[in-house]
Design a protein around this ligand. Structure first.
Ligand SMILES: Nc1ncnc2c1ncn2[C@@H]1O[C@H](COP(=O)(O)OP(=O)(O)OP(=O)(O)O)[C@@H](O)[C@H]1O
Length: 241
């Protein structure tokens, strides 16, 4: 269970809060899509949940762990077990797609492994399976710098999942993908939620949210103004966003 109460975020240059008190409970295995107009705070919410931003107020409880009260160890656990996929994923452009998946993300992978690049056969097989399931087996040996934006995004998602992230926070994970591939990737994420109890919180366009998410949050001006089970939004609901 993930429990957030009163999440507030203000940036120092501007005293108007960007997030104005967000509350929610999330259970394992939910696939939440965040929708809403540009500037409503979708990316900031994900960044705060990923602890890429300091919070200005609020409580954050994951299972029985009060993340902020636990201090360094609480934050470390989130960084280790949760994956954050930003719009431009932080892949190493000089390493192959496969190597990026194998060595993982800072925070998820022991430093010695990142430095030496040493991997076990099981890890290799797991990484190749994951790359294949994202339809990129033929790109595994290409340097990440030579992949398209959509391919990089899929490799970053594969990397997070290959390292066993149990919560995936993804900022527009299918941007730039053709509709068929976008549906495939989201279908895969949905399947992971259902079979592995992975929790996904992703910023998505409304029509993809309607099709794939188990829950939809609509954001407006730093607040969640709509929190519904995944389904087609009514015209009135769409007009609020
Ligand atoms: N570091 C910052 N300094 C000042 N303002 C910021 C900062 N980061 C975000 N903002 C502002 O906070 C608001 C919310 O930004 P955020 O990126 O979360 O919006 P969004 O809903 O993800 O938008 P989009 O759909 O365009 O990506 C915006 O008005 C943005 O300009």
């Amino acid at each position: 269970m993930i429990k957030v109460r009163g999440l507030r975020k203000t940036v120092s240059s501007d005293k108007t809060p960007i997030l104005k008190g967000i509350d929610f409970d999330l259970v394992r295995g939910e696939f939440v899509a965040i929708v809403g107009p540009s500037g409503s705070g979708k990316s900031m919410l994900l960044r705060c949940l990923a602890l890429r931003e300091d919070w200005d107020g609020g409580t954050f409880v994951v299972d029985d762990l009060d993340v902020f009260k636990a201090g360094w160890s609480g934050k470390r656990r989130i960084r280790k077990e949760w994956a954050y996929l930003q719009q431009n994923p932080d892949l190493d452009p000089n390493r192959t797609a496969l190597k990026n998946v194998l060595i993982g993300q800072v925070g998820q992978t022991p430093a010695w492994r990142r430095l030496t690049g040493m991997v076990r056969t099981d890890d290799y097989m797991g990484a190749m399976d994951m790359i294949e399931s994202f339809g990129l087996l033929d790109k595994a040996k290409l340097k990440a710098g030579n992949l398209s934006g959509g391919e990089r995004q899929r490799i970053a998602t594969a990397r997070a999942l290959a390292h066993g992230a149990n919560v995936l926070l993804a900022d527009e994970p299918v941007i730039g993908l053709d509709p068929h591939t976008a549906d495939n990737v989201l279908g895969m994420l949905k399947n992971l939620c259902e079979t592995q109890e992975t929790t996904v919180v992703a910023v998505l366009p409304i029509e993809l949210a309607e099709r794939h998410a188990s829950r939809i949050w609509g954001m407006e001006d730093g607040k969640v103004i709509l929190d519904i089970r995944g389904r087609r939004l009514t015209t009135a609901e769409k007009n609020r966003l």
